[in-house]
Design a protein around this ligand. Structure first.
Ligand code: ADP
Ligand code: F6P
Length: 483
């Protein structure tokens, strides 16, 4: 609380993200809350459960006002989006402009002024909500590409706050970022923070280069010096890498649960007890390289280098952003490829690809990870990719092999994986074969090394490091805290 009632809120720690950790089916707002999709929620929810604070975000339902509520020990404060906001800010600017631009323009980004106006308006709404609930000198942690203007908006309204920002997705090379008609506004928006975290050092370097190139500000190491502007005093900002991770102890506990182990054995039986189960787990997104993976697998079967009686691929793809054209296209392409492979390669009793377009509870996901001998993560570009780390955490016996794209942030941490370039189908096929044929001793050595990494670099260590650096910056003498 604070002395000056009415000016400050009660929360000393505020997380703000486009989504709350739970959402509702937009077609059925009377239904139960369920876990929201995506890596951000997987990573940040355990941090929030372990800590007092408020989480500000959207419920996934348009045009409905929800009161604040508490779930699993997390205090949630909904922000309302209208139907038009969902179309222009969420589906438009966030997911048809920024998402493809920040993922190497795998799909062409669209630039529309009406979408930008909605992005500004919704960022202002989120910032105003934070300003209302944050206590004096509170710590505010803003997440991801949907809210890049919030740091500067907040600094203007509430210079007392400590503001951190974490970008869960890549930050693009300057040559691509420079396409964005509102590139300078986005850079200034982010620079309102005291600390900006990225997944990889290369993302942080891309950002600092854009700041130098567009705004002409000086950078030294990871520190950017923001000069005085008309209405804001100058300050310094740190921009550096904080690779995100998973709740490893929790996953290890699930992976040791006899009921879940039993379920994994049952899955193996149900897919015909093959010699090898391969698994893919992704949101249905064109960045994930699902088409490339299926092409490689289909060719290996057609060439007789893999045999449909020995091997199955289970491809789980959570529905995502389904009204967007590019997402309709990827779903169509994936379903066509699955149909083709099964039509040409499968037989009664031996299906080649089990394709599941659903979301599953964590227990069931863990059973899939235990059942899989080979995990395929073949993203064309991915900020981190938590699925790769989750698979490793669940391999309690140091068995199993991971095929991992060079273009996922996780590749910098999981050196024991079979690294592949998914654009190179020949290389992808060779990587899959290498993983399938790898001898148990090599598998054990490589998995042990990767498990060690995910046991040390947990999501709790990640949030502690980010928040303690944020504390230290504001407490340091060179940080200018205006009166
Ligand atoms: P992204 O954030 O782009 O979706 P990540 O791999 O970083 O990618 O995170 C995805 C998260 O969603 C992981 O925690 C993963 O286990 C979870 N997930 C993916 N697909 C499903 C599914 N079908 N059912 C349940 N959880 C899923
Ligand atoms: O970084 C992961 C992420 O992109 C989040 O920002 C996003 O909330 C999530 O994946 C899932 O996407 P959406 O919220 O659009 O369903």
């Amino acid at each position: 609380g604070s002395e000056s009632a009415g000016t400050y809120g009660d929360s000393d720690f505020v997380v703000v993200a486009n989504r709350l950790p739970v959402d509702r089916d937009a077609s059925d707002p009377d239904q139960e809350w369920r876990t929201s999709p995506g890596g951000l929620v997987t990573a940040v929810a355990p941090v929030m459960k372990a800590q007092e604070g408020a989480w500000i975000g959207w419920t996934g339902v348009a045009d409905v006002d929800f009161e604040p509520f508490t779930i699993d020990g997390m205090h949630l404060i909904p922000v309302t989006l209208t139907n038009e906001d969902v179309l222009r800010y969420y589906e438009g600017f966030s997911n048809a402009t920024l998402w493809p631009l920040y993922h190497d323009v795998i799909a062409p980004p669209e630039y529309h002024r009406t979408w930008w106006e909605a992005y500004v308006r919704v960022n202002e709404r989120f910032a105003a909500k934070v300003a209302e609930v944050a206590a004096e000198s509170a710590t505010v942690w803003v997440h991801d590409y949907q809210l890049q203007l919030v740091p500067q908006l907040l600094r203007r309204m509430r210079p007392d706050l400590r503001i951190g920002f974490f970008n869960h997705i890549p930050f693009p090379p300057f040559e691509l970022f420079a396409q964005l008609p509102w590139r300078d506004e986005i850079l200034r928006g982010l620079l309102g923070a005291d600390l900006i975290g990225f997944q990889r050092p290369a993302d942080a370097a891309n950002f600092r280069r854009a700041v130098r190139g567009r705004l002409g500000y000086q950078t030294k190491g990871s520190t950017v010096t923001v000069p005085d502007s008309g209405d804001l005093p100058g300050h310094s900002v740190r921009a550096e890498a904080f690779p995100i991770s998973i709740d490893t102890p929790y996953l290890e506990e699930l992976a040791a649960d006899p009921a879940i182990i039993e379920r994994a054995a049952q899955i193996r039986e149900e897919v015909g007890n093959p010699k090898v189960i391969m698994l893919g787990v992704d949101r249905m997104d064109y960045t994930k390289g699902i088409r490339h993976r299926l092409k490689a697998f289909g060719e290996l079967l057609a060439e007789g280098r893999l045999n449909v009686e020995d091997i199955v691929l289970i491809q789980i793809a959570t529905p995502s952003r389904e009204r967007l054209e590019q997402y309709k296209i990827i779903r169509h392409d994936v379903e066509l490829a699955v149909g083709r492979i099964n039509g040409e390669q499968a037989d009664i009793g031996s299906i080649a690809v089990h394709y599941l377009h659903h979301s599953y509870p964590r227990d069931e996901m863990t059973a899939f990870f235990i059942a899989a001998d080979v995990m395929l993560v073949t993203a064309l570009r991915d900020g981190m990719n938590l699925v790769a780390k989750e698979y490793v955490a669940c391999r309690l016996h140091d068995d199993g092999a991971l095929v991992l794209s060079e273009f996922a942030g996780a590749a910098e941490q999981l050196a024991g994986a079979v690294l592949v370039n998914p654009h190179d189908i020949g290389n992808l096929k060779a990587g899959i074969l290498e993983a399938v044929q790898m001898d148990p001793k090599t598998r054990a050595r490589r998995m042990r090394q990767m498990r060690k990494k995910v046991r040390t670099d947990t999501v709790s260590a990640w949030s502690k490091r980010f928040l303690s650096e944020l504390d230290a910056i504001r407490d340091s003498p060179e940080a200018i805290v205006p009166e």
